[in-house]
Design a protein around this ligand. Structure first.
Ligand code: ATP
Ligand code: MG
Length: 423
């Protein structure tokens, strides 16, 4: 039997890859405009980085990591996300010594051992940003408005931007206590995951997808009731800034991130047309994370966006661009001599950056013309034995069918002029 790709992975083929390139170009141009620079870190890291940087109690670390021993008996893990890696690089490459804040973005594959389904893969791709070294509310607002701006440029509709503040370790401890008090009498109604969360990480119960848990937590104290003054004024400021930037958001007091190094702002973006996996972006502030992995105390904030899910939404909403023509022109040479002459012309045209193709299969004139049309070419440049003998070439406009003759010595110039007019 032929070998198949691993479950939960995809081949991105021509026809689809153009959509990825389109999206990646939009990402790069938004990041350029917002002053974010790209970082590329390894596909695998020491397992400990994710244990500490993502958190031992998270689904990712508990059950989703691709962990293996290398030949030197070191435990390595394929990166399941990139915030921990970026923080590691910030410390290891001493980015804290550069002007602050450091504003970075990344695009690339992540790996999680999950049950593959629509919108959920084992190798998937994320675009994300991280800002390190700045704790002001305006940074949070900039990061969220970058996401918003990208979606606006792409024309994405039906977005829900949920924002919340999870507070700092001080106010979170208070929230945790109130939440446990509230839930204590109904603990046994919670799902088994949440019963486990009750002691270790009760905040996560608030965003459990289980409907019983949701009804049990109805009316439970939210972070809003327990924020300290500093966290509360930070949050108000973020919201005021978002308002002024034209970002349409909802405050969702149930939006939580349960780990101690998540602080203050948390946000998530949903779009409802892509089925159950509707979260297309999630992020937040993590002022304690850099310390957690052994660096100097450094505030940070970022998000990660699922590229497959955004593309699925753009697809459903018909917001992906039409396929572009593959070639501007096809050079059709008939006969051996014409092929050699034609190849010289082809090289000269390509040397000038003009996308021109040539038959590679020895096809007939008719089939070459057909193929030129299939490629979406605007012109065919025809060089038969007769033309060659007269030192000319026929330029056929494939839209109008009109044919003109040019001398071979003018051909590159003429074609170049037509191309310049077209672009
Ligand atoms: P979910 O609740 O869907 O599992 P998550 O909380 O694990 O999401 P994050 O770790 O915050 O997600 O990752 C950010 C984004 O990456 C998600 O909002 C989603 O768009 C995307 N994403 C996460 N896991 C996958 C996956 N297995 N396949 C495709 N996209 C994913
Ligand atoms: Mg997940």
């Amino acid at each position: 039997m032929a070998i198949q790709r691993p479950k939960g992975t995809q081949d991105l083929l021509p026809g689809t890859i153009e959509q990825w390139q389109y999206f990646e170009e939009a990402i790069r141009s938004v990041c350029r405009d917002f002053g974010y620079e790209e970082i590329r870190t390894p596909m695998f890291e020491a397992t400990e980085l994710f244990q500490r940087g993502v958190g031992q109690t998270t689904d990712i670390v508990k059950k989703e990591m691709y962990t293996f021993k290398d030949k030197g008996d070191r435990s390595m893990t394929l990166r399941p996300e990139l915030t921990a890696s970026v923080c590691r690089a910030y410390v290891e490459d001493k980015l804290y010594g550069q002007p602050q804040p450091v504003k970075l973005y990344y695009v690339g594959p992540m790996f999680r051992y999950e049950r593959p389904q629509s919108g959920r893969f084992r190798q998937f791709h994320q675009f994300g940003v991280e800002v390190l070294g700045a704790d002001q509310p305006i940074v949070d607002a900039e990061v969220i408005s970058l996401v918003w701006n990208l979606y606006q440029r792409l024309g994405l509709k039906g977005l829900e931007v949920h924002v919340n503040s999870v507070g700092c370790p001080v106010c979170r401890a208070r929230h945790r206590e109130q939440l446990q008090d509230f839930l204590a009498s109904r603990k046994n109604e919670l799902c088994s995951d949440c019963q486990e969360r009750f002691d270790r990480n009760p905040l996560r119960i608030l965003d459990c997808k289980n409907t019983t848990c949701q009804s049990v937590t109805e009316g439970a104290p939210t972070t809003k009731d327990t924020l300290c003054e500093d966290c509360s004024s930070h949050f108000e400021r973020v919201l005021a800034l978002l308002e002024r930037a034209g970002v349409v958001y909802k405050v969702n007091p149930r939006l939580v991130r349960g780990l101690d190094y998540y602080t203050k702002t948390a946000f998530e973006v949903m779009v409802d047309e892509i089925g159950a996996q509707s979260a297309i972006c999630g992020g937040g502030r993590y002022d304690k994370l850099v310390e957690e992995i052994g660096g100097p105390p450094t505030p940070g904030i970022g998000f990660a966006m699922g590229i497959e899910r955004v593309l699925a939404a753009l697809q459903v909403q018909n917001k992906l661009p039409e396929a572009e023509p593959k070639q501007f022109g096809m050079l059709i040479a008939l006969g051996e001599k014409a092929q050699i002459e034609g190849f010289a012309l082809l090289s000269a045209l390509r040397g000038q950056g003009i996308p021109v193709g040539m038959d590679l299969l020895g096809r007939s004139l008719k089939n070459q013309l057909k193929s030129a049309n299939r490629q979406g070419a605007s012109y065919a440049f025809i060089l038969g034995e007769e033309e060659l003998a007269q030192n000319v070439m026929v330029i056929k406009d494939l839209t109008s069918g009109e044919q003109t003759e040019v001398s071979l010595s003018d051909a590159v110039n003429e074609i170049s002029k037509k191309y310049q007019r077209g672009v």
